[in-house]
Structure formats: structure tokens, C-alpha cells
Design a protein around this ligand. Structure first.
Ligand code: ISJ
Ligand code: MG
Length: 463
């Protein structure tokens, strides 16, 4: 990595053009500056006029946001190996010209994106704009960290690029994105909702429970789809605003590909990396919220001692512990879960901390963890086979890792649940639940109904 102290972006660009001419390779140039306060959702909304793919990430509990526009570098792989992403990434960083005096997480050269739940499944038309693994280094990146705002410009420079054209583009885009005072677009209303094959889904839950009783597997997570038609095209910015308001303690994300947008508010951290320190979460086992404080507490207490939910949870804990122990030291997992209440439901929750061993990366961890038994099942292959054969759904990116990584061993991935795919005025919402031996199809059906709530209430725009 060439750390450049040159002040002006222009001289950085001219250096990159010269380098591209001599090497005959395109050159990534990245420059970061601290800027005035900018609202991430407004930034995202303003980017619509630039007609480039947008990406949004906020960890609401940490008030940390990254919003990206455009694609200076694309890491797109159809094959099933995360390790190849790491190779691309390292090569990119080795060649890049980077001027980032701040070294704040999520600034500079940052990859944002996600992947399919099961890249070995052929995509249906629903997900045809989303590659099996796709990360973008955005052209313009807003990062909010500890209440400070940073703007990064990333450009892929070619040998025949014109310096003046590049600098003009940068100035114009910056102006549109960081100085906009436009109001956020209004949210359309819900016109229709259609549950996809609910009865068939309940039969599949029964089939899974029977297989589990016959010892063909121990846990299988099954998901289904709710198709929503809106009164007008969805404005993703207003969905994001609603999710940020209504879903504290979640990861609010959006990844846009050629006009389609995968958006959600996931409560489930897959892994966060802070240099060698890793944080993960086991989240499985679900109950509704109570109407009064006393009822809420009683429901939570019952959840904590419910054998069926505890078994759903324990499969996840055991697998995450084993996976972490393979690549980490000092793996710490509490003995018992706690209740974690969210806006629409409560979950059993066990936090995990660990120290990444030398020679391993966040990509190794993702590869090892995904899918955890919170979204796949136990054993992994048997449950994935069952899902492939029987689930009436193309999961696409639902249930898979979504997140970001930077050039300084920082990154974070959530499990993309409580999410939906926006296509014009249509939104496909996804929700699933962990089937174990004593699962009751009707109760699991109700559980998925509550898991649709976060996205549904964001689409409704009201509580
Ligand atoms: C599969 C989903 O959620 C997962 C399943 C849970 C369960 O069955 O109890 C709980 C949390 C998540 O790990 C979803 O929200 O779609
Ligand atoms: Mg459950």
C-alpha cells in the first residue's frame, strides 16, 4: 500500500494516471477528508439523482454509519469461495494509492456488500440483479464514527482518463451529496399483501419436524415469503428512516443493484472485527413482546426456560463456539443466554468474544460461520439439502452475511434477516424460524408473522 502525503486530490489523480499508463493496469485512488455533519439517510436519498448503486449500513447501537454511492471497484464472484474475495482484496490494497490520515474504521478503501445464502442454488428471476458474492468499493463514501463525519472519494483511474473531467465529477458529486437540503421523499402506502403458499409451508415444517424425529437432522431453519405491493414505487430512503427510528439495536442496511434494493433491520450480528478482537452473537429462540411490562417480563421468563426454544438456541451456541475455536484464542461464551428484547419480539441471546489467531481474516470466519444453525440447521449439509429440496423460496441474499470491511482489519457482518427485496412498487419480505423435533407448524407460522413486522411497519410508515 502506498501511503501518500500529498494534499491535493488532483496531484494524486495525476500520479495515478501516470501509473496506469506505465503499468497498463487501472489504478485505485482513495482520499479521505473530515467534513461537516451530514445526515446519512439524506446523503443516500440525494444519491438517487446520480443513478449509481447505493449502499447503506448503520449499527444503530453504536451510531456508526457508512453510506456509499457508485462503484470504484467491484469484487464480484459467482463461485463459492470467500477466500477468493480476500485474494482480490489484498491485491487491490497492495496496488492502491491511499491518502487517509484518519484511520477511522469504515473510512478509505472499504468494501460493502453481501452474498447469497446458498451460492450453489441457481438464482431465480427474483434475485437476478444480485451476484452470489458482490462487494463494491464505493466512489463516494460517507462514514459517521463517534459523531464525526468523513468523506472518502475512491476512483478507478485508467491510462486515458482526463484529469479535469475526473476532478469536475468529484466536485459535482460532492456538492449533490453533502450539501443537499431536499426533503426526504414520501413513503408510498401498502396496497396489497400476499402470503406465498402458507399451507404448503406449514406442511414443510411438519415434514422437517418428522425428519428430525427420525434422526435425519436436529434442526432445520425454514423461511417463507410475503409479497407486498405498494401504492407507488418504494423510496428506499424513507424505509431506512423508518427502520432507524423503529428498530434500535439493529443493523439497518440497504444494498442496491441496478434499481433493485435489498433492505432490512437485522438484530443478528454474525461477526464484528476490531483488529484481532472478534465479537459474535448467538441469536435464536423467539417470543412476542407483552402488552404490559409485567406480561412482557413473564413472556421473557418463560422463553428463557422453554426447552424447545433453548434447544434451538443451544445448537447455535455450540456451533459458533466450535467455529471460533478453530481460528481464535480466548473464545468466551457465557454459560446461559439472556433475553434480548427488540421492538416487535424478544430473542434468546448469547454474546461471544474471541481473539483472531495470526494468519486468519474476517473472510475465514465468515466462511466458517455461515450459515450458522440460526439460519441453516444441524448438521449443516443435511439441513441445507432439506432447504434446497423443500423450501418454496429463492432466499437469495436473505439469511446470508451482509456488511463491510476496510483496509485496517475492521469490519462487521450481520445476518441479513428482517429484510426484503424492493423492486419498484413490489417488496418481497422474508422470514424464517428454527424447526426442532417438537416444533408445531402453527406456532412456527405465527413466529414468522411477528418476524415480518419490522419491515412491514417500516413500509406502513406508522406504528
Ligand atoms: C430466520 C430468522 O430468524 C432466526 C430464527 C430465530 C428463531 O427461530 O427463533 C430467531 C432469530 C434468528 O436467528 C428470521 O428472522 O427470518
Ligand atoms: Mg424459533
Amino acid at each position: 500500500m502506498i501511503e501518500v502525503k500529498l494534499k491535493s486530490f488532483e496531484s494524486l489523480l495525476s500520479k495515478a494516471i501516470t501509473k496506469a499508463k506505465t503499468t497498463e493496469y487501472n489504478q485505485l485512488v482513495s482520499m479521505t477528508e473530515e467534513i461537516h455533519e451530514v445526515d446519512p439517510v439524506r446523503f443516500f436519498a440525494s444519491a438517487k439523482t446520480l443513478s449509481m448503486d447505493r449502499v447503506f449500513w448503520t449499527s444503530t447501537s453504536e451510531q456508526f454509519s457508512i453510506v456509499g454511492v457508485g462503484c470504484a471497484w467491484n469484487i464480484e464472484l459467482e463461485e463459492n469461495r470467500t477466500e477468493t474475495i480476500e485474494n482480490h482484496w489484498q491485491q487491490l490494497l497492495d496496488e492502491a494509492i491511499i491518502d487517509n490520515p484518519y484511520q477511522v474504521p469504515g473510512t478509505g478503501v472499504v468494501g460493502l456488500g453481501g452474498m447469497s445464502f446458498d451460492p450453489s442454488v441457481r438464482k431465480s428471476s427474483l434475485w437476478n440483479k444480485f451476484s452470489h458474492r458482490s462487494f463494491q468499493v464505493p466512489n463516494v463514501l460517507l462514514t459517521k464514527h463517534n459523531a464525526r463525519n468523513y468523506l472518502t472519494i475512491n476512483l478507478q483511474v485508467k491510462a486515458n482518463d482526463d484529469l479535469q473531467e475526473l476532478t469536475e465529477w468529484v466536485e459535482q458529486s460532492k456538492d449533490i451529496l453533502v450539501n443537499s437540503s431536499e426533503r426526504l421523499p414520501e413513503c408510498a402506502g401498502i396496497a396489497r399483501q400476499q402470503e406465498i403458499a402458507p399451507d404448503k409451508w406449514k406442511q414443510t415444517v411438519k415434514l422437517a419436524a418428522d425428519k428430525i424425529k427420525a434422526h435425519a437432522a436436529q434442526k432445520i431453519v425454514l423461511a417463507r415469503e410475503l409479497r407486498v405491493t405498494m401504492t407507488d414505487d418504494v423510496q428506499v430512503a424513507s424505509i431506512l428512516r423508518n427502520l432507524l427510528e423503529k428498530q434500535p439495536d439493529s443493523y439497518v442496511f440497504a444494498v442496491e443493484r441496478a434499481g433493485d434494493c435489498f433492505v432490512g433491520a437485522s438484530p443478528e450480528r454474525l461477526v464484528k472485527q476490531d483488529n484481532n478482537q472478534l465479537f459474535s452473537v448467538c441469536l435464536a429462540g423467539t417470543a412476542p413482546r407483552g402488552k404490559t411490562e409485567a406480561e412482557d417480563r413473564e413472556i421473557g421468563e418463560n422463553l428463557l426456560h422453554d426447552d424447545k426454544n433453548r434447544s434451538e438456541h443451544d445448537f447455535v451456541v455450540k456451533m459458533i463456539r466450535q467455529s471460533m475455536e478453530a481460528y481464535c484464542d480466548a473464545v468466551h461464551v457465557p454459560e446461559t443466554p439472556v433475553i434480548h428484547p427488540f421492538r416487535n419480539l424478544q430473542h434468546l441471546y448469547t454474546p461471544v468474544t474471541a481473539q483472531l489467531k495470526r494468519g486468519y481474516s474476517i473472510f475465514d470466519i465468515i466462511e466458517k460461520l455461515h450459515p450458522t444453525p440460526a439460519l441453516g440447521g444441524v448438521p449443516r449439509e443435511a439441513s441445507k439439502d432439506f432447504i434446497r429440496k423443500h423450501e418454496q423460496l429463492d432466499r437469495g441474499w436473505y439469511g446470508a452475511p451482509v456488511g463491510w470491511f476496510d483496509s485496517n482489519r475492521n469490519g462487521e457482518f450481520a445476518v441479513a434477516i428482517r429484510s426484503g427485496l424492493v423492486q419498484g412498487d413490489k417488496v418481497s419480505l422474508f422470514a424464517g424460524c428454527g424447526v426442532v423435533k417438537d416444533s408445531d407448524p402453527e406456532a412456527e407460522y405465527k413466529e414468522t408473522m411477528i418476524k415480518f413486522r419490522p419491515m412491514l411497519s417500516a413500509l406502513e410508515g406508522r406504528q
